[in-house]
Design a protein around this ligand. Structure first.
Ligand code: 6PG
Length: 245
């Protein structure tokens, strides 16, 4: 299925469009399965989205069955949950600390473990147990796009891109001089719905290369749901050079 691309006027409209999609997909999953599983992206782009969802004065909050949501992370830095770089910390501050959700519904990667491979293994096991499946299928996965074409913590030239068996892996990322924890392509591509959020003029070049350029050049281009829907929500600044306009 070809990905759908929606261009929003600015970052706020991008966040609102993403929030609306989360409401729609959550309602559908909850009515079908009594729960909704969402893998959250880190970085800065989705922060406003998380703030919108958590704001009881906004239209989205009351439309989400918070007691039936299970939150996961697509990736994490090799840091503890209180570290400024922690994706968990960003999501907790923007959303989780403000919504009626139990800690048992929040499944963070243990970035604080000294051995990142142990953290990856534990998350891999947690996913298999939680989903009762060797290859879990998320209802919804949120992803961002790095300037080098990475997504989650699947960076160009890393072994994580080749992983076809583990659900979670802990690649060494030379350019960051650190390990990362990341869901792998087989897991991500097994999702029912994947939504990329891309915002800002600084992403215009990479977004054009990813969407309009030759395939399989960047990790983000390897995101293709096997049996699911892929949507790109991008703002006008990031979409400046796209040919499809
Ligand atoms: C992370 C994210 C990463 C992010 C992109 C875009 O841990 O940083 O998972 O994949 O989505 O780097 O980041 P920005 O949204 O900050 O541009």
């Amino acid at each position: 299925m070809k990905p759908s691309i929606e261009i929003l006027s600015d970052p706020e409209q991008l966040a609102r469009a993403a929030a609306q999609r989360i409401v729609v997909h959550s309602k559908a999953a909850v009515s079908k399965n009594g729960t909704v599983t969402i893998a959250l992206s880190g970085g800065s782009t989705p922060k406003r989205l998380y703030e919108l969802l958590a704001n009881a004065d906004e239209e989205f909050f009351s439309q989400i069955s918070w007691d039936q949501v299970q939150f996961f992370w697509t990736d994490e830095r090799h840091v503890g949950p209180d570290h400024p770089d922690s994706n968990y910390r960003m999501v907790n501050e923007a959303m989780l600390s403000k919504v009626p959700i139990e800690s048992a519904q929040v499944h963070r990667m243990l970035g604080e473990l000294t051995d990142p491979n142990e953290a990856a293994h534990r998350y891999d096991s947690l996913l298999k147990k939680t989903f009762d499946s060797e290859l879990p299928r998320f209802d919804l996965v949120l992803l961002g796009l790095g300037n080098d074409g990475h997504t989650a913590s699947l960076f160009p030239g890393t072994t994580a891109l080749l992983e076809q068996h583990q659900l979670v892996t802990a690649p060494w990322v030379e350019k960051l001089n650190s390990h990362r924890l990341t869901m792998t392509l087989p897991l991500l591509n097994n999702a029912a719905t994947i939504v990329f959020l891309v915002s800002g003029s600084e992403k215009a070049d990479i977004l054009t290369q990813v969407l309009d350029g030759p395939p399989s050049q960047f990790p983000a281009q390897l995101i293709n749901p096997v049996n699911g829907q892929l949507t790109w929500l991008v703002d006008r600044a990031a979409a400046t050079n796209l040919t499809l306009q």
